[in-house]
Design a protein around this ligand. Sequence first.
Ligand SMILES: Nc1ncnc2c1ncn2[C@@H]1O[C@H](COP(=O)(O)OP(=O)(O)OP(=O)(O)O)[C@@H](O)[C@H]1O
Length: 307
Amino acid sequence: MTELLAAERRDIVCEDLVRIYTAEGVEVQALQGLNLRVDEGEVVAVVGASGSGKSTLLNILSGLDSPTAGVAKVAGHDMLTMKGRERVRYQRHTVGFVWQQTSRNLLPYLTAAENVAVPAAIARQGGQARAERVDLLLETLGVGHCRDRRPAEMSGGEQQRVAIAVALVNEPRVLLADEPTGELDEATSADVFEAIRHANTEFGVTVLVVTHDQAVAGHVGRTVQIRDGRTATEILRRTELDEHGQEQHIAEEFAVLDRAGRLQLPDDFVGALRLQDRVRLALEPDHIGVWPDEQERQRRGEGVAGE
Ligand SMILES: Nc1ncnc2c1ncn2[C@@H]1O[C@H](COP(=O)(O)OP(=O)(O)OP(=O)(O)O)[C@@H](O)[C@H]1O
């Protein structure tokens, strides 16, 4: 595939994305050159510890905040230059959001169906078509039975599935979700992820979920780990049939190489060989070797790893 065709199929592109906050004269680099690409129709989770930059990334992608430098594009919209009217249209039609707090997603005095109809009414979507889409979404997401209930009459998981319907009513290309299962137990979280996958396959929406919960990795095809505002590793999942015809779930972890050729070594690798400051590299026919700097280690009075 040519580079141009590949670029057209990307719904989210972040290249060397930087966001610096200045608070009381102190600079905080929340994103320090983050790289991320999500193709059309993918479901990707961005996983990172508290303070790693997840909310900052999501605020930029949802058009609530602007990057300090770098590239951030969603469905062809440039988040660095987007202004006024384009921003409103973008938030209404191109992206849908689901937030962690169930109370932030739904209006408490409206029923599920009325909640889902609100963004469609604001976007002036016609009456009959709107009603049909509301019912289709609630049924597809497994909350048709909640149609006439208010949020207080639904479980947390049902509220989040209705929230996904709200986010999808104007047919966005990208669904952004911030810790959508943060307030839910494991079984209910699995139901919400099932609904997200359903939304992806039925409506073709691209999904980016941001969470600190490593267990979420089991529910999506690709997990991107961020650390200190940078992409660290990626886990890809696939299902293969073994020689007995049984499904095998395979997960492989990759380090991420950025455009400048930089890669972050996993902490446990660095710790196991006590790598520090300088390392030796050697190019082999099919791999690159990384060794500790023995001279430096001897100078520090340390032995060879594994001794
Ligand atoms: N408005 C702000 N002003 C100053 N610093 C900020 C601001 N927002 C975030 N930060 C800092 O930027 C860094 C990244 O924060 P961010 O909220 O993106 O992390 P996070 O991964 O979403 O964390 P959490 O899971 O705890 O929400 C943190 O060090 C945070 O203190």
